[in-house]
Design a protein around this ligand. Structure first.
Ligand code: SF4
Ligand code: SF4
Length: 56
């Protein structure tokens, strides 16, 4: 399963820069992860200041 970003996202953009495969992009009200691209590396979870990304 891919990682997902919760509604806690404050749209800081840190995870987009941290993702090694470019799976994260700005969405409507929060950043979103493309499930088909995510390789479940955990970088977004480690980088996020509010703990919004998590493994499903
Ligand atoms: Fe990108 Fe890794 Fe987060 Fe998946 S877990 S969205 S590959 S940073
Ligand atoms: Fe949102 Fe966290 Fe990504 Fe920042 S690092 S855009 S708060 S999910």
């Amino acid at each position: 399963m891919a990682y997902v970003i919760s509604d806690d996202c404050i749209m800081c953009g840190s995870c987009e820069a941290a993702c090694p495969v470019g799976a994260i992009s700005e969405g409507d009200g929060k950043y979103v992860i493309d499930a088909d691209t995510c390789i479940e590396c955990g970088s977004c979870e480690a980088t996020c200041p509010v703990g919004a990304p998590h493994a499903e």
